[in-house]
Design a binder for this molecule. Structure first.
Ligand code: COD
Ligand code: ATP
Length: 203
């Protein structure tokens, strides 16, 4: 049986940075954000439902979903966010389950599920252990504004649409404090895995 670990955090807390370290260790990572993008590709069931609910004006000229426009709606309006979640999340879960099954069939020892909303969406039943990538609120907002070129208000709306990281700390089995350097985060990751009996050579 494969060991399934959930990797979570908040927006811009450093999940991708940590999941890249795991990929470099040749560990399979299934990324919910990637699956959520695939689920809304042109013609997919969720794509059609989004148009039905949000209207044609949510599309770019080439027919793709205008992610910036959809983000500007759902990060400011909770009921619209819930509506989008109801459309996209079941598809994401289905796609992730398929990937888990494939990795299990390949007898992979370890599978990481990178799910930003693991706790909010009560998906811990999918994993055996959880790792939280934590940063303080100030660092999170600063990194988010820098990475996505967002105003303070837009960054705050995104952070406030999620469970506070201080709350997630209480729910996680292990925490990586990513306020320091990337090297520092890497050391913590290796220690956590070693503590769970997982030894991988990091290149
Ligand atoms: C709103 C959308 C169009 C914005 O797209 P964009 O390319 O700007 O952002 P991206 O998808 O890369 O998400 C970045 C981060 O935003 C946060 N986020 C995304 N959706 C949500 C949400 N519904 N609630 C809270 N946080 C969210 C996550 O931390 C995620 O890692 C997109 O995030 C989306 O379709 N969201 C709904 C699906 C979803 O919940 N995805 C998150 C994991 S399943
Ligand atoms: N320890 C660190 N020191 C400095 N910058 C960092 C550190 N860790 C991550 N970053 C930077 O912070 C930003 C957010 O990191 P990353 O993209 O890994 O977060 P994420 O949790 O995957 O975000 P999202 O959920 O929004 O996709 C990126 O620009 C990344 O390069």
């Amino acid at each position: 049986m494969s060991l399934v670990i959930g990797l979570t955090g908040g927006i811009a807390s450093g999940k991708s940075t940590v999941s890249n370290m795991l990929k470099e260790m040749d560990i399979t990572v299934v990324d919910a954000d990637v699956e959520a993008r695939l689920a809304v590709d042109k013609g997919e069931p969720a794509y059609l439902k989004i148009i039905a609910e949000f209207g044609q004006e949510i599309l770019l000229e080439n027919g793709d979903i205008d992610r910036q426009k959809l983000g500007a709606i759902i990060f400011y309006q909770e009921e619209k966010r819930q509506l989008l979640n109801q459309i996209v999340h079941p598809e994401v879960r289905k796609r992730m389950m398929e990937k888990i099954q494939k990795a299990t069939e390949n007898q992979e020892e370890l599978i990481i599920l990178d799910i930003p909303l693991l706790f909010e969406s009560k998906l811990t039943f999918m994993v055996e252990k959880t790792i939280l990538v934590y940063v303080d609120r100030e660092t999170q907002l600063k990194r988010l504004m820098q990475r996505n070129q967002l105003s303070a208000a837009d960054a705050l709306a995104r952070v406030n649409s999620q469970m506070p990281l201080a709350e997630k700390v209480k729910l996680a089995d292990a925490v990586i404090d990513n306020n320091g350097s990337i090297e520092d985060a890497k050391k913590q990751l290796i220690e956590i895995l070693a503590g769970w009996g997982i030894q991988k050579t990091y290149q």
